[in-house]
Design a protein around this ligand. Structure first.
Ligand code: SF4
Ligand code: SF4
Length: 115
């Protein structure tokens, strides 16, 4: 029996996952890439756009003031789409949470050769 997933989920840019409360993890190896993309030194990116994660194991992007909306969300677009963190790229295919289908508008698309 194959354990390969038969579907992947095509994001519809509803932005719900960018407005969820919680961390948006930024891994060490992602920092330079995002800072370069934004045209700023790493230390400035770290200072202006990151905070310690709630479990204190690393860094997270910050939210906009008085909301749970990610600081990088600009309307329906991600300001760092081309270099967004692995956590953002993975949802909901590689990780999700109970009841995620009620929040996310991604469409299940059969993986070629698997359907
Ligand atoms: S980095 Fe971009 S994709 Fe990730 S939560 Fe923020 S706005 Fe959304
Ligand atoms: S919640 Fe789902 S459809 Fe909406 S932006 Fe996130 S991944 Fe895309």
């Amino acid at each position: 029996m194959s354990l390969k997933p038969r579907f992947h989920y095509a994001c519809q840019r509803c932005t719900a996952c960018c407005k969820c409360p919680g961390d948006v993890e930024v891994k060490d190896e992602e920092i330079a890439q995002i800072a370069t993309f934004l045209g700023m030194p790493e230390h400035r990116f770290l200072q202006e756009f990151t905070r310690i994660r709630s479990n204190r194991t690393g860094l997270s992007l910050i939210d906009k003031d008085s909301s749970s909306e990610c600081i990088m969300l600009d309307g329906a677009q991600c300001r760092i789409q081309k270099v967004k963190p692995v956590q953002c790229r993975g949802f909901p295919d590689t990780w999700n949470f109970p009841g995620w289908e009620k929040e996310c508008e991604a469409i299940a698309v059969p993986i070629k050769g698997e359907a």
